[in-house]
Design a protein around this ligand. Structure first.
Ligand code: MG
Length: 205
């Protein structure tokens, strides 16, 4: 199995930070179910704003990049609306669809492992600048499988090759027996010496 990270690997980091996250902020629409889920999390939060105001609380969570289930669900809903309306279209590097087709033709299952929710992953590959790429993908994993820097998460996923831009993720995957490849894409942060195979394009694989 080939397992792919998204941000900085298949997709520019800037798309997530400069397009997706701001879209959720500027198109915020909170219904009763969202409000209830947000309030339940607010009640359990130790370090929280003095009063609960749903919109302000959502911005507060986003400002801190909190791994909030209620926030992720809300963002997923807002992004789905944006993609369906044609206001959002994801960016996947040009070499990615070619590689997906090549691996699929070779009979290799292809999976995604990203900290974004599975719904957000599926939307991103369904509404891409290269069209619907979900027919190439057979599995999706998010942090419900486990943190990306823990070998146990990769053991739960299985075996094969993992491609990511983050050395700590590759190290965890290697410890779980995966072959590992570092994606060096434009706009990625510089990486320290690591010893992993490096590719600038999936054409090199
Ligand atoms: Mg990444």
């Amino acid at each position: 199995m080939i397992v792919l990270d998204i941000e900085g690997t298949t997709t520019p980091i800037a798309f997530v930070h400069d397009v997706l996250f701001p879209y959720a902020r500027t198109h915020l629409a909170i219904d009763d179910a969202d409000r209830t889920a947000l309030h339940a999390e607010y009640e359990r939060e130790c370090d929280r704003p003095a009063t609960f105001e749903p919109e302000a609380y959502v911005h507060w969570l986003m400002d801190r990049d909190r791994k909030s289930t209620a926030l992720k669900a809300l963002q997923g809903k807002l992004w789905r609306r944006g993609y369906e309306r044609g206001e959002l279209r994801s960016i996947v590097y040009d070499d990615v669809p070619r590689a997906l087709a090549r691996w699929q033709a070779a009979g290799t299952p292809i999976a995604i492992y990203s900290s974004g929710s599975i719904e957000a992953q599926q939307l991103l590959f369904r509404y891409s600048n290269h069209g619907d790429l979900t027919p190439y993908l057979s599995h999706y994993f998010d942090t419900t499988t486990g943190p990306k820097r823990e070998p146990a998460s990769y053991r739960a996923i299985g075996s094969g090759t993992f491609i990511s831009d983050i050395v700590e993720e590759l190290t965890a995957a290697r410890d779980a027996g995966f072959a590992c490849v570092l994606a060096l894409r434009p706009g990625n942060a510089p990486v320290a010496a690591h010893g992993f195979q490096v590719v600038r394009s999936f054409d090199e694989l």
